[in-house]
Design a protein around this ligand. Structure first.
Ligand SMILES: Nc1nc2c(c(=O)[nH]1)N[C@H]1C(S)=C(S)[C@@H](COP(=O)(O)OP(=O)(O)OC[C@H]3O[C@@H](n4cnc5c(=O)[nH]c(N)nc54)[C@H](O)[C@@H]3O)O[C@H]1N2
Ligand SMILES: Nc1nc2c(c(=O)[nH]1)N[C@H]1C(S)=C(S)[C@@H](COP(=O)(O)OP(=O)(O)OC[C@H]3O[C@@H](n4cnc5c(=O)[nH]c(N)nc54)[C@H](O)[C@@H]3O)O[C@H]1N2
Ligand code: SF4
Ligand SMILES: [Mo]
Length: 812
């Protein structure tokens, strides 16, 4: 087999098709044998050697924001060895899309002894994890009956498709709840209650458009034109680990431009580590205060780009303040202390809030004000805080004040954008149900759906919900419990079967969420089916990967297209017809690809792509520059904001702030101000729970996916990061088992005592598998951070503030 691996010179076609004959041809060292002789020789070889190796193109399709090519070595219908992309070269633009440690261990997921093999029904209480094997017929009949029952009794608004990102990478297999085959089926059957926003970007995706109309950033590759890189809570070395992803670009682009890089993060991240950068630790949830302090210096020292602010922006000062805004309602007044709060946002003021020394803030302001172009960006950590809407818009103020928007080497303050080859998705009939909730508020919608309103709970499309959620589809997601907040509270809500009547889970493993299923269905994995998938975040090279089924389906696992078709068939003949349009999965794929070819004739043919496995294309425009057209000609290319300009002051937000029902500790503001928040560094609960705590996206897993792989658990251990000062006060030493708790729950985890996290703050990898006795003490020995997080949403986006938590930590 190793000769197949080490033959650099042979074509990929030969690799893909290396059957017994293919391997023999290789073994024969390229000797050209007449066909008859070849097959005779093959027969001889087969008799003396184990069945031949074949290499199948696959991809890792989990939601890490990358997407990697895999070459899966198969023998006797089993995957026994995994390699990654071997095409292209080491120069960016045609580089190898190399898999990270997770993708390279996919064989341990495919062949895992705990994989789901048969359809099952729940026999114990919800969440107990007691199931009994049933036939596919019984499973599908049961689902159909309860779906029909719920729709008849409550209407389609009572059917919900839960957020799930297990296979955002797939096309046919795609799990994105608004675009999956589950959504297609429901739209053929009267619709479903849909949601807006994601657990990834709820706050920033909601807030940035008030400033810019959209939420775009320059591609990372554009850093080759920058003089300075400033990253707020952005950790691509861990969150974009693919060789096809942006860390690679970051490295190479910085090599070219020699740009200085400053990382602003409560943790000394893998992105900062070893790159001779500067790390500025900051208290979680206070970035907007840092920005305000920097803005004060920029104004004081005349470092703002006044012509840019006058020409392109609304609300920086009196000159461009909208007529409906209050006097002194502009940004400059807010910073200088001439606005409503009367507080000057001096570096000393910012220092008290952020924990960053005032002289460091002044120096940072001077650096940002004098290095042009500067690439100022944010990851999504800062916005996954309870005041994340304000924070994301505040960070955008730095490039706006310094005129770095819309130019090469600059950025908008948002996260990086990417070049992609547009893929033709499975068509989605219109959803007749127009009501939407935020993706985070589904547990509320189970308990008090009809009480939820537009102005208090962010219901969209209608003033209020009419019915609670009664039926949940959960396909390739672990957001029923593990990835949603407050697991203990969620457990209590879901245990009551009079509330939500049916939960259907379709997954590969008995996850924490799967334990709450009434019917649990075993899916094939993406690598076990034919599909074409595009890159996710990949700088300025886009690509397509054509997956072939790596093995035959094992046990009674079925593909999602089959599962949904069978439910459709049972619902009604016309639903089945509308859902399938008479096509098989392969026929759909061919049709969708034909449509892609029509729009983009430079793509290889379907057959050619199948042979290539991976097709790459460099961005013909070089780099993506956000809002470039607007910068070049703002009259001809207005932004999508109401004024067409960058709205530092948003009249739309002023209206929302005046009309929505908010709690005392919640702020919506027309300006990107700093506001403290519930469970923040200055919240009253801090006297009881003195440590701030957040979960970072960890290299051991993609959320919970790959969380059950032993070698990954051993390589990247689940630990809580704690500063030596905090550890010392508590008598905790590195490696000690500790209890982390607050009013919502408790978990056990070893401590990592390290100066890589600032004092007063603690953090752990999010996504570890929850593991507690829910009828006993409920202590989570799996150390899943969502034992500690809250159901309370952020004020504007009604999103998940999962990084805003207060806890206490003690030695066990
Ligand atoms: N390995 C791996 N990669 C992943 C994922 C994964 O689970 N594992 N998940 C993928 C998905 S779906 C997503 S949405 C992205 C998530 O990408 P992000 O949301 O950007 O990732 P996080 O780790 O949550 O946050 C990034 C950084 O923000 C810091 N941070 C937290 N709070 C604050 C704050 O208030 N201020 C500042 N300045 N920094 C703060 C954290 O320490 C962290 O280093 O990652 C993707 N990539
Ligand atoms: N506290 C805290 N919570 C968080 C976050 C955080 O930062 N902190 N991050 C949030 C974010 S950004 C996100 S995106 C969510 C992610 O939450 P989820 O979307 O739930 O992501 P995963 O945990 O990866 O779960 C994916 C599920 O899909 C399954 N799966 C994978 N491949 C297949 C397949 O081929 N077929 C089927 N049927 N199933 C498959 C996996 O087994 C797994 O159960 O978590 C959110 N939760
Ligand atoms: S987890 Fe992400 S970076 Fe790692 S192999 Fe999979 S797609 Fe690539
Ligand atoms: Mo995410």
């Amino acid at each position: 087999m190793s000769d197949v691996e080490h033959h650099g010179g042979i074509s990929r076609r030969a690799l893909v098709k290396s059957t017994a004959i293919g391997s023999l041809a290789l073994a024969a060292g390229g000797l050209s044998l007449p066909f008859g002789l070849k097959s005779a020789a093959a027969a001889v070889q087969q008799a003396v050697q184990p069945a031949a190796d074949k290499v199948v193109w696959g991809a890792c399709s989990v939601n890490c924001g990358s997407r990697c090519a895999l070459r899966l070595h198969v023998k006797d219908d089993e995957v026994y060895w995994v390699e990654t992309d071997n095409t292209g070269e080491d120069i960016y633009g045609n580089h190898q899309v190399r898999a990270c440690l997770r993708g390279r261990s996919i064989r341990r997921r495919i062949n895992h002894p705990d994989r789901l093999n048969y359809p099952m029904k729940r026999v114990g209480k919800r969440g107990e994890g007691k199931f009994e094997r049933i036939s596919w017929d019984e499973a599908l009949d049961t689902i159909t009956k309860s779906l029909k029952g719920v729709v008849e009794k409550y209407g389609n608004e009572a059917v919900y498709i839960n957020y799930s990102s297990g296979i955002v990478g797939g096309n046919i297999t795609r799990s994105s709840p608004y675009a999956s085959l589950v959504a297609r089926l429901m739209n053929c059957y009267g619709g479903f209650l849909s949601h807006y926003g994601t657990y990834s970007t709820a706050q920033i995706a909601c807030a940035m458009p008030y400033t810019y109309g959209t939420n775009d950033g320059n591609s990372t590759s554009d850093i080759e034109n920058s003089k300075l890189v400033v990253m707020f809570g952005n950790n691509p070395a861990e969150t974009r680990m693919s060789g096809g992803g942006i860390t690679y670009f970051l490295e190479q682009a910085r090599e070219r431009s020699n740009a200085r890089m400053i990382v602003i993060d409560p943790r000394y991240t893998d992105t900062a580590a070893g790159r001779e950068d500067e790390w500025i630790p900051i208290r979680p949830g206070t970035d907007a205060a840092l920005v305000a302090g920097i803005a004060w210096v920029l104004i004081d020292e005349n470092l703002v780009d006044q012509p840019f602010l006058d020409k392109y922006c609304v609300g920086y000062d009196e000159k461009t303040l909208p007529a409906d805004a209050p006097a002194n309602g502009h940004y400059k007044a807010y910073i200088l202390g001439q606005g409503e709060d009367g507080t000057a946002k001096t570096p000393e003021w910012a220092s008290r809030i952020t924990g960053i020394p005032a002289d460091r803030i002044i120096k940072l302001a001077r650096e940002i004000g004098s290095a042009k172009p500067a690439y100022i960006c944010q990851g999504w950590g800062p916005q996954r805080q309870a005041n994340g809407e304000l924070t994301s818009r505040a960070i955008a103020m730095l490039p706006i004040l310094t005129g770095n928007v819309g130019i090469n080497g600059g950025n908008s303050g948002a996260r990086e954008s990417t070049y992609t080859i547009t893929i033709e998705r499975m068509p989605l009939p219109d959803n007749p149900v127009k009501t939407q909730i935020s993706c985070f508020s589904w547990t509320d919608a189970i308990v008090r759906g009809p009480e939820m309103t537009a102005t208090r709970d962010g219901v969209r499309g209608k003033d209020k919900l009419d019915v609670p959620i009664k039926f949940i589809w959960n396909y390739a997601g672990n957001t029923i419990t593990n990835q949603h907040s407050d697991i203990n509270k969620t457990h209590d809500i879901l245990q009551d079967e009079t509330l939500c009547e049916t939960i259907v889970v379709i997954d590969n493993f008995m996850t924490s969420s799967a334990k709450y299923a009434d019917i649990l269905l075993p899916d094939l994995m993406t690598v076990e089916q034919e599909d074409i998938i595009p890159n996710d975040y990949a700088g300025n090279m886009g690509y397509l990967i054509f997956l072939q089924p790596v093995t035959a389906p094992k046990f009674e696992r079925k593909p999602i297209y089959w599962i949904m078709s069978e439910v459709a068939k049972r619902l009604a003949p016309d639903v089945y017809q509308q859902f399938t349009e008479g096509r098989t999965q392969e026929e759909w794929l061919k049709l969708l690809y034909a449509k892609m070819l029509e729009k983009d004739p430079k793509l290889p043919s379907y057959e050619a792509l199948k042979e290539m496995g991976i097709y790459k294309r460099k961005d013909p425009n070089g780099h993506f520059v956000a809002y470039k057209k607007f910068r070049d000609d703002p009259e001809a290319n207005p932004l999508k904001t109401p004024s067409g300009k960058i709205e530092i002051y948003s009249s739309q937000l002023a209206k929302i702030a005046n009309s929505w029902e908010l709690e005392k500790d919640e702020t919506i503001s027309p300006l990107p101000v700093y506001a403290s928040t519930f469970d923040g560094w200055d919240a009253p609960e801090r006297s009881q729970f003195p440590l701030q705590m957040f979960g970072f996206h960890f290299k051991a897993r993609t959320h919970s996916s790959y969380g059950n792989i032993d070698i990954l658990q051993a390589a990247c251990r689940q630990e809580v990061w704690l500063n030596p000062v905090d550890a010392g006060q508590r008598g905790i030493k590195n490696g000690d088992l500790v209890r982390v708790f607050n009013a919502r729950g408790e978990l056990r985890i070893p401590a990592k005592v390290t100066p890589r996290i600032m004092p007063g703050v603690s953090a752990m990898g999010q996504g570890a598998w929850h593991e507690a006795n829910m009828t006993g003490d409920r202590v989570d020995h799996g150390s899943c951070i969502n034992t500690l997080t809250t159901h309370r949403p952020s004020p504007l986006a009604k999103g998940n503030p999962q990084h805003t938590n207060l806890v206490q930590i003690e030695k066990v």
